[in-house]
Ligand binder design. Structure first.
Ligand code: SF4
Length: 61
């Protein structure tokens, strides 16, 4: 059975995989944009709202 490496999800673009769009990033763990958003309480709250919105739209499994 072939082994596959899981693709990390982008914490900013909710529901999408990390596309390494931020210069210098090797994934969400060292992405400057993720760091910026997580450092700002207002942006962090907006992101949490967006996550809840996306979660609410997902069909129940
Ligand atoms: S590089 Fe950062 S902003 Fe871009 S997709 Fe990956 S985690 Fe998201």
């Amino acid at each position: 059975m072939p082994r596959t490496t899981p693709t990390p999800r982008c914490p900013i673009r909710v529901g999408e995989p990390c596309s390494l769009c931020f210069p210098g990033a090797t994934g969400p763990q060292d992405c400057g944009l993720v760091y910026l958003v997580q450092s700002d309480p207002e942006w962090r709250e907006q992101l949490a709202d967006k996550r809840r919105e996306v979660q609410a739209r997902r069909p129940a499994s």
